[in-house]
Design a protein around this ligand. Structure first.
Ligand code: BGC
Length: 769
C-alpha cells in the first residue's frame, strides 16, 4: 500500500517526483472520454520506467492464442486492447540536450488531475545534466464535449539561460503492446502527411483492419504572443513530426498548443477519414484551447450534476469516491452501443478484451442511477447484438437449438479467454447478463424492452442452462457438473450453488417474461415464437422441470448454502488465522494449494444472496454471511462491495465501512500493488454500490425506490444523486435525517425506513432521524 497521493476533495495530487511511482501515477492520472483515452505519460521524452498507452475504444487486435496445452474448444484468438498512435509527444531539446526527467535533477514536480473540470496538469522545475534549468507546465485533456479530440498546452520557461531550443510535436504510430503473445507490432501504416503546423498518420490494425487517423495541429507562443518560427517536417515510418527551432530567452515562456484528433473507420468511410480529420483539426484549433477547456469543464459539470457523491467530514473518502466516479465516466459514456467497459478502461492493457460479466453485475447499477436510461440500454443492446455469436460459441462447445453462451471476455462477441476452467466452466457469466435485463426493467419500468430485445437473449441463455444440467439418477434431481463459480479459487466443481441458483432463476424468469409478453403483446409474442423457433410446451416444460428438481448443496448442520459439493471437506482455517506473510495467496501459494484450500477469492454464495436478496430472510442472510465472510480473501477487487452491502443490510455498520474502504482507495493507495498495470475500473462501480446500496440502503421494488440509510461513523453526512423514471433525486443523509430533493418535474414516491414519502416535483422533504 502506498500513501503518496495528497488529499483534496476535487483533485488527485502527486507532489515530488519519484520514478518508482511513475507507472502507478500513469494509471491513476489517466484521461478518457468514452471514445479514446490514455495513460498519464509525459509529453517530453522519458527514458525511465513507463507503460505507454493510448487507446481508441472498440479498436482491438486478435492476438493468436498462446497456451501450453491446447484444448479443443479454445478460441483461436484473444482480442487485445491496442496501444494506438501516441498523440501527446512534444520532444524538447535544449542546446542539443534532450529534456528527459529520468536524466534531470528534478527540483519540484506536481501532477494534478482536476476531476471537477476534467484535465491533467503537470508542472516541474528541472535541471539538465549540463546545468540548464527549465520550468514546465503542461495541461491536457481528452474532450468530453467533442469526443474525437484532445488538446495540450505545454509551456516551458528557461530559468537560467538563453539559447537554442527545439520543440518537436509528433504523432507516433510506431508503438508496441506490452501484452502481445508474439512480440508483434499490431499496426501497419496506411498514409501520412506533414505541414508546417501539423501532420497526420493513418494506421491500419493487422487482421482486424480497423483504420485510425490520428492528427495534430499546433501553434507556438512566446511570452504569450503567437509567433511563427521555422519548422522542419519530419517523416519516418509510422511517425510524423514538426521540429520547431527557437531562440529562447531566459525568463520568457514558450508555449506549444497542440490540438489532436483520433478518427476511426468504425465511424467513417475509410476514404473520408483524412478529410474529416483535417476538418476536425481546423475546427478545434479555430475554437482554441481555452474554449475547448471551458467546454470540457461544462461537460464535466453536467456529469457531476447527476453523479456526484458528497461526503462531509472525511476528505480522503471524498477524494476516493469522486475518483471512482470520475474514472467510470471517462471510460464509458453510453453514446455508442458497440462499446463496453473494460476492467482497465483506458488506463492499461491488462485483461485484454473489453467486456466481462463485470459490466452486467457491477457497472449496470451505477449507470442505471447516474446516467440517462439509454446508457444502460446500450449496454444491454451490446449483448443483444452479440447473441448470434453467443449461439455460435455455444455450438462450438456442443450445445444446440439456439442455446447461447456469452463469452467470458470479448470485444465483438467472440470468446477470447483461453483457460479451460474459465472459458468452458465459468458459465455463470450468462446468468449476470440475464440478471441485468431484469435489473434494467425493474429499475426503469421499460417493459417494452423485453419483447423488443430482452426475450431473445433470455431464451438463448435459458436454453443453454437447460442443456448444461445433467439428470442424476442417483439423486433424482438435476445437477450442474464441472463449473467454476465466481470464486475462481475453485475450478471444475460440481453444483456450485451460485451457478445453479442463477441458472434456474434464468429459466423461470424466461418463462415469466414469455407470459408477460403473451398477455400484453400477443402479436409480438407470436412473432417471437416463430422467429426463435420456440416450442413452448417442450422447452418451457423442461425449464419448469429443472426449476422444480434442481439440486442445491446445503449444509443442514450450519444451515448454510454450500458453495459447492465437498466444500466442507476442505480444511477450515479462517482467513484471520492465515499469516500475513502468506497473503495474497495468489502471489504466495502454488495454484493447486489454492484450489485445495477453503479460501474464497470473491463473493460467490454471497453474490447470489446479493442478487436475490428478496428470496431470503434476514437470518439466512446472516448465517451465510457469517460463514463465508471469514473464508473470503477478497483477492478480486469485485468482492468487498458485495460484502459491504450485505454487512450494511445486516446492520454491521463498522464492517460495511471496512469493506467499502478496501475498494474506495484501491488504486489511489495501490492497495494490491498492481495499479501500475491500470486502474480497476469495473470495481469502481462496486465502490459506488457500497455507498448507495450499502450506506444508503437503496433498493428498487414494485416500481419504487426505498432507502434504509446510515452514516459511517467518520462522516458527518453524505449525499448522492439518483435518476429514477424521470425524477432526479438528491438524497442527503446526515445526523438530522434523510433529506430528499427532487430537481425534476416528475413526482415520485419513495420509501424511507419502510415509510412511504411523496417527493413532489421540484420540491424537497426531510425525514427526521
Ligand atoms: C475476477 C473476475 C472478473 C475479472 C475481470 C477476475 O480477477 O475473478 O470475476 O471478471 O477479474 O475484472
Amino acid at each position: 500500500m502506498k500513501n503518496y497521493i495528497k488529499a483534496d476533495e476535487w483533485k488527485i495530487i502527486e507532489e515530488g517526483f519519484d520514478a518508482h511511482y511513475n507507472k502507478i501515477s500513469e494509471s491513476i492520472f489517466s484521461l478518457g472520454n468514452g471514445r479514446m483515452g490514455q495513460r498519464a505519460n509525459f509529453e517530453e521524452a522519458y527514458s525511465g520506467d513507463t507503460l505507454q498507452g493510448n487507446y481508441v475504444a472498440g479498436v482491438y487486435y486478435p492476438d493468436k492464442t498462446r497456451v501450453g496445452w491446447w484444448k479443443n474448444g479454445y478460441p483461436e484468438y484473444f482480442a487485445k486492447v491496442l496501444n494506438a498512435a501516441n498523440w501527446i509527444g512534444i520532444d524538447v531539446v535544449i542546446d542539443g540536450e534532450q529534456l528527459d526527467l529520468a536524466k534531470c535533477e528534478v527540483f519540484s514536480f506536481r501532477r494534478e488531475l482536476n476531476m471537477k473540470e476534467g484535465y491533467l496538469k503537470r508542472d516541474f522545475r528541472a535541471k539538465t545534466a549540463s546545468g540548464k534549468e527549465v520550468k514546465v507546465e503542461a495541461i491536457r485533456f481528452c474532450s468530453m464535449a467533442d469526443d474525437e479530440t484532445g488538446a495540450i498546452k505545454y509551456t516551458l520557461t528557461p530559468l537560467n539561460f538563453s539559447g537554442a531550443i527545439t520543440l518537436t510535436p509528433s504523432i507516433d504510430g510506431d508503438v508496441v503492446n506490452k501484452d502481445s503473445n508474439y512480440d508483434e507490432k499490431f499496426w501497419d501504416e496506411v498514409s501520412k502527411a506533414t505541414q508546417a503546423d501539423g501532420g497526420y498518420i493513418v494506421m491500419r490494425t493487422k487482421k482486424t483492419g480497423f483504420v485510425v487517423a490520428t492528427g495534430m495541429k499546433f501553434n507556438i507562443l512566446q511570452n504569450g504572443a503567437a509567433i511563427e518560427p521555422a519548422t522542419e517536417a519530419i517523416e519516418k515510418e509510422k511517425y510524423v513530426a514538426a521540429k520547431v527551432s527557437l531562440e529562447a530567452k531566459q525568463g520568457e515562456s514558450i508555449t506549444v498548443i497542440k490540438y489532436a484528433a483520433n478518427l476511426s473507420s468504425q465511424n467513417y468511410k475509410q476514404e473520408e477519414l483524412v478529410g474529416e480529420l483535417n476538418a476536425t483539426l481546423t475546427r478545434i484549433s479555430t475554437k482554441g484551447f481555452d474554449t475547448m477547456l471551458a467546454e470540457q469543464a461544462a461537460a464535466w459539470a453536467e456529469k457531476w450534476k447527476h453523479n456526484d457523491i458528497i461526503i462531509e467530514g472525511d476528505i480522503s473518502a471524498q477524494q476516493a469516491i469522486r475518483f471512482n466516479i470520475y474514472q467510470l465516466n471517462q471510460t464509458y459514456t453510453g453514446e455508442d452501443d458497440r462499446l463496453n467497459i473494460g476492467p482497465k478502461g483506458f488506463t492499461g492493457e491488462k485483461y485484454g478484451g473489453s467486456t466481462y460479466w463485470d459490466t452486467e453485475a457491477y457497472c449496470v447499477p451505477f449507470y442505471l442511477s447516474t446516467a440517462p436510461q439509454k446508457v444502460t440500454r446500450n449496454l444491454l443492446l451490446y449483448r443483444y447484438k452479440q447473441l448470434g455469436k453467443a449461439i455460435e460459441n455455444a455450438q462450438l462447445l456442443g450445445f444446440k437449438d439456439g442455446a447461447a453462451l456469452y463469452p467470458m471476455v470479448t470485444m465483438d462477441g467472440t470468446e477470447c479467454h483461453n483457460e479451460w476452467e474459465i472459458t468452458f466452466e465459468e458459465i455463470h457469466r450468462n446468468g449476470a447478463i440475464a440478471f441485468a435485463i431484469y435489473n434494467y426493467v425493474r429499475y426503469t419500468g421499460d417493459e417494452a424492452y423485453l419483447g423488443d430485445y430482452g426475450f431473445d437473449v433470455l431464451l438463448g441463455i435459458a436454453r443453454f442452462w437447460s442443456q448444461r444440467v445433467t439428470w442424476s439418477d442417483d439423486k433424482q434431481q438435476y445437477v450442474m457438473l464441472g463449473v467454476t463459480g465466481p470464486n475462481e479459487y475453485e475450478n471444475n466443481v460440481n453444483n456450485n450453488w451460485y451457478t445453479s441458483t442463477i441458472a434456474t432463476w434464468c429459466m423461470q424468469y424466461t418463462i415469466d417474461v414469455a407470459d408477460k409478453i403473451k398477455d400484453t403483446e400477443p402479436e409480438k409474442y407470436a412473432a417471437l415464437v416463430s422467429k426463435l423457433n420456440l416450442n413452448e410446451e417442450t422447452e418451457f416444460g423442461r425449464f419448469s422441470d429443472i426449476v422444480q428438481k434442481m439440486y442445491y448443496p446445503y449444509d443442514e448442520k450450519r444451515q448454510v448454502f454450500l458453495q459447492q459439493d465437498g466444500y466442507l471437506d476442505k480444511e477450515q482455517i479462517l482467513v484471520k488465522d492465515l499469516p500475513a506473510s502468506e497473503r495474497p495467496i495468489n502471489q504466495k501459494w502454488s495454484w493447486d494449494r489454492i484450489l485445495r484450500s477453503c479460501y474464497i477469492k470473491q463473493a460467490d454464495v454471497l453474490q447470489g444472496i446479493y442478487f436475490f436478496e428478496d428470496q431470503y430472510d434476514i437470518d439466512t442472510i446472516r448465517r451465510n454471511f457469517d460463514f463465508y465472510e471469514p473464508r473470503t480473501v477478497h483477492e478480486s477487487s469485485l468482492s468487498p462491495c458485495v460484502h459491504a452491502i450485505l454487512a450494511a443490510k445486516l446492520g454491521d455498520e463498522a464492517r460495511a465501512y471496512e469493506f467499502y474502504l478496501r475498494t474506495a482507495r484501491l488504486d489511489l493507495d495501490d492497495y494490491n500493488n498492481d495499479t501500475e498495470d491500470g486502474c480497476h475500473i469495473t470495481s469502481m462501480a462496486g465502490t459506488w454500490m457500497a455507498v448507495v446500496e450499502g450506506f444508503g440502503g437503496m433498493r428498487v421494488s414494485d416500481g419504487k425506490l426505498s432507502f434504509q440509510p446510515f452514516i459511517p461513523e467518520k462522516w458527518s453526512s453524505f449525499s448522492f444523486h439518483i435518476g429514477f423514471r424521470g425524477a432526479l433525486l438528491n438524497i442527503k443523509v446526515s445526523k438530522e435525517g434523510v433529506q430528499i430533493k427532487n430537481a425534476s418535474d416528475v413526482e415520485t414516491t419513495v420509501l424511507v425506513y419502510g415509510k412511504e414519502q411523496l417527493v413532489k416535483a421540484n420540491d424537497e422533504l426531510l425525514v427526521e432521524a
